[in-house]
Each structure stands twice: as C-alpha cells, then as structure tokens.
Write a protein that binds this ligand. Sequence first.
Ligand SMILES: NC(=O)c1ccc[n+]([C@@H]2O[C@H](COP(=O)([O-])OP(=O)(O)OC[C@H]3O[C@@H](n4cnc5c(N)ncnc54)[C@H](OP(=O)(O)O)[C@@H]3O)[C@@H](O)[C@H]2O)c1
Length: 283
Amino acid sequence: MEYLKHRGESLPFIGIGTYRLGDDAHKAAAETRAFKSAIDDFGMTLIDTAELYGYGNSERFIGTVLKDYEREKLFIVDKILPENAKENRYEACCRQSLARLGVNVIDLYLLHWDSSVDLQNMVNQMEALVEKGLIRHWGVSNFDIHDMKALFRCKNGEKCFCNQILYNLRSRGAEYDLIPWCNAHDVAVMAYSPIGHNAAMRKELIDHPLVVETARKEQKTPDSLLLSFVIQSRNIITIFKTADVEHLKHNMQNVFAPISAEDMQALSQQFKAPSCAVPLETI
Ligand SMILES: NC(=O)c1ccc[n+]([C@@H]2O[C@H](COP(=O)([O-])OP(=O)(O)OC[C@H]3O[C@@H](n4cnc5c(N)ncnc54)[C@H](OP(=O)(O)O)[C@@H]3O)[C@@H](O)[C@H]2O)c1
C-alpha cells in the first residue's frame, strides 16, 4: 500500500467502499472474505461507510468484522445524512453510528451532501463532536467549488479535512477547478466510484478498446487501470467496493505502478479533462 500524508495522518491511497455490504445475509460470508482480504492482503485500512447505506446495515457489517482487528490500525469514515444535519441531530446520529460500528470514535465524519445545510452550524456541531472525542476529523462530500468557498467563509471552515467526490476516468469535471482548489487549501480529495459504481457504468469503461489495450500494455487489468488513473497524481485517495475476493485481486493488480505519460495522454484524448468549469457530478 502507498499512503497520502495529510494533516498528520497516513491515509492509504486505496480504501474500502461499503455501499450495499451487509444488506443480504446470504452474501455475508463472501463479503466478509473480501473485506478481510482487503485489509490483510492489500493494506486497505481506510473504510468508508454512511448511516444511509442499508440504513445502518453497512455499519453493522463493519462492526461485526472489525472485532478481529486493532482499532488504531484502521481509519473509519462515516457520513451523516443532510436531513439529520438539518434537524441538528449531529450528536445523536454520530452516537448511533458509533454503536452500530461498535467503536468509540469515528476517524472522519462527513456531511453526505447538500450545501444548503446551515454550514456555520455544521462546522460548530462537527467541532463539538471533535471536542467530545466522538470524531477525530470532519469533512464534506459532494461539495462543488462554490460550496467549498462558502464553507471556508465560516469560522473554522478551514478545518474541513476532506471532500469526498465522484471522480473517475469518465467523470473528470473536478479536475478543472475543484481538485486544484482542494489541494491549494489542504483539503484531501477522496474519489468515490472509481470503477464506475454499477455494472453498466463499469462496463462502459472496462470494455472500451482503449482501456483494454492500455491495461494490457501497462500490465494491469482494466479495473486496476481505472484505479491507477484516479491515484496517478498521488494527491487523490480513493475507495472502491467489492464483495468478491477475486474481483479484489483483479482490481489491485499492479495498481501502484504509474501509468506512462504516453498512455495518460492517449487516455486523456479519449476521456477528456474539462476545458471549462462544469458542475460537479454526483450519484
Ligand atoms: N459520498 C457519496 O455520495 C458516495 C456515493 C457513492 C459511493 N460512495 C462510496 O464509495 C464507494 C465506492 O463507490 P461505488 O461502490 O459507488 O462504486 P465502485 O467501487 O466504483 O464500483 C463498485 C461496483 O463495481 C463492482 N466491481 C468491482 N470490481 C469488480 C470486478 N473486478 N468485476 C466485476 N465487478 C466489479 C462491484 O460489484 P462486486 O461487489 O460484485 O465486486 C460494485 O457493484 C462506495 O461503496 C461508498 O462507500 C460514496
């Protein structure tokens, strides 16, 4: 594993996404195998979840598996729903998430989306959770550049640790302004859905002849090429979800070898970076 040093933390460049994990009891054994292999065999010690995922199922699943691990070796990211933030339920929701996870502290707590939440109140509430020792850092998700600027106008807004956003070879809008802005303001960027979120979106990418050919040249699989693309600059970390040990191995094949400049250029000709500001895509 390689790590991003950010505000005193060492964050693995590739962590575990958990959307839909824990939803189906019949899949629990396979999901557990994949989850443990991600940590044990690949060092994917950053785990991303949300109270939204299966309305607590993902957190409960993680809580069950994490009993076998030393808590300090893991970095747990969780998210509060905007509707709960709007009702000022920060502490209650955080405590419920902690109980489902079976841990005492969340490493990074994000507002899942929606910048129409009262941002100054969000900062105050998040800072209060830090003071109480319930979370270690806070951040946001799906915030576009104007949302980030509004957040930074709030008192203590600059304490935002991270912005988790949609970013992959097909969705590169954030490269134009948001990612440079976050880099300049010391806000970590965490890319979600790096390999396409669902079967249709993934297929569109991994079956593309250029992706297939470039993966072959770079001795990667199409999926590991997509992950390599996201972390190529080494200033973005990412999370992907799999419930399958074989998918995990396939995705991690040669993933940290940088893509050659020539192949990056060819990919960029086909999957263009934006030449003007575009709204942040979300799922
Ligand atoms: N902040 C937000 O608003 C937000 C939004 C979306 C996601 N997220 C987070 O980001 C994480 C990752 O994003 P994501 O889950 O949307 O998308 P993703 O990780 O890009 O893709 C996951 C999908 O790809 C499949 N897959 C992965 N490797 C595969 C392989 N080698 N062969 C076949 N299928 C494969 C998975 O199915 P299998 O399980 O069968 O492998 C799953 O259906 C989420 O789990 C969640 O934690 C955050």
